[in-house]
Design a protein around this ligand. Structure first.
Ligand SMILES: [Zn+2]
Length: 387
């Protein structure tokens, strides 16, 4: 049986007074064509690569695999990217997400041409992962060749899932919040908006590195290197059924590179505790660290959500909490701390919380070692009973 097709049309660049927009028509079997677009400030219109569809293919690949549709393009795509996706990335994703199908990508033509791009980019959100990337690839980087020149701030599905307007408001709010740090270190921060999350609704946790890399792939005229701040340490990463695509980052992100753009996964060489300690060596993080997931706090740290709790406990155990009085409320945290410590042991298998508990308590105390073991038995028993 012939597979259905998802056809990606040639992209069109429109430059207005304020913004520039690159779009492409997407046609799926038996459906009305949809438009997928990316937009950024008009001053950067020439960053868009209009001669290829690399970004659109990567943005839609996992959706096409879910729908079991081959991707057919009207524009050329990078030969290296096409080869890596077809030979490695697609099989890898089917092993991690059993609901995905092996599909083919049929480009109009393959190209090996590159543009003389000079930029080195990373995303910046103000969290531990992105601050660790800033310390490694900007503050500590001696070689100008590898040093970050730009921060990018994407709207590709990470700013809630209420409505395009509500999510876009949060995107703008969060963008405004990262500006003071970027201005202080004199790194231009460019917002890139997109309708990707709405044109083809997605499970962000299963796609985030592909969605973020798609932005760099549409901006290949400007960037030659992209540092993608990854979450999990190498020893925890694997190609196996997982809920979060981040477990695949070190194996997968480099496969999204082209002849002109290197996509690099960074951060897996450290544990969460080591990353937090590294970030704390960087003074601006004492004033700008922002890890909170609670949108109601409008970009400030609530000091009680799961990300705030784990960061505050790690800082406390490292003896560095006194440095972060400006961004966290440790008195508020003290009220939930005791309950949180119990939760770490009993309810969070294979989590950063477990890592924190093991790093700090297990080597020191028999009682904690016993509790961690008991936590393991409890979880096994619970899983057994669920079956
Ligand atoms: Zn919070």
């Amino acid at each position: 049986m012939k597979l259905k097709e998802m056809r990606i049309g040639s992209c069109v660049l429109e430059v207005g007074a304020d913004s520039a927009r690159l779009s492409a028509p997407i046609t799926c079997a038996d459906e009305q064509p949809r438009e997928l677009w990316y937009s950024l400030p008009a001053a950067h219109a020439d960053w868009f690569a209009t001669d290829r569809c690399d970004g659109f293919v990567v943005a839609l690949l996992l959706q096409a695999m879910e729908r079991n549709e081959n991707i057919v393009t009207d524009a050329p795509m990078s030969s290296r990217l096409w080869h890596s996706l077809s030979q490695f990335y697609i099989p890898m994703m089917t092993q991690a997400f059993p609901n995905l199908h092996r599909i083919k990508i049929v480009p109009a033509a393959l190209t090996t041409e590159t543009q003389p791009a000079a930029g080195v980019a990373t995303g910046f959100s103000g969290g531990i992962d992105s601050f660790a990337a800033v310390v490694r690839h900007f503050a500590q980087e001696k070689s100008p060749e590898h040093r970050v020149t730009h921060f990018l701030f994407h709207n590709v599905g990470s700013h809630g899932n209420k409505s395009p307007e509500a999510d876009r408001n949060l995107f703008r709010q969060r963008y405004a919040l990262v500006q003071p740090f970027a201005k202080e270190v004199e790194i231009p921060t460019v917002p890139v908006d997109s309708n990707l999350a709405y044109a083809f609704p997605i499970d962000f946790m299963k796609m985030h590195h592909a969605l973020n890399a798609s932005v760099l792939l549409v901006l290949q005229n400007q960037f030659r290197r992209y540092f993608y701040a990854s979450t999990y340490k190498y020893v925890d990463c694997r190609v196996a059924p997982v809920k979060d695509i981040a477990y695949l980052d070190p194996m997968a992100v480099h496969l999204l590179s082209t002849e002109g753009l290197d996509c690099v996964s960074t951060g897996s060489e450290m544990s969460r505790v080591e990353k937090t300690a590294l970030v704390a060596t960087y003074e601006p993080s004492h004033r700008y660290l922002n890890v909170c997931v609670d949108a109601a706090f409008e970009g400030r740290n609530c000091s009680v959500c799961f990300k705030c709790r784990r960061t505050m406990l790690t800082l406390e155990l490292l003896g560095l909490d006194h440095l972060y009085g400006q961004v966290f409320d440790f008195e508020k945290f003290a009220k939930v701390r005791q309950r949180y410590l119990k939760e770490i042991i009993l309810h969070y298998p294979h989590s950063f919380e477990q890592e924190i508990a093991e790093a700090f308590y297990a080597p020191r105390s028999r009682a904690w070692r016993w509790l961690i073991k008991a936590g393991g038995w409890y979880r096994q028993h619970r899983q057994y009973r669920k079956k």
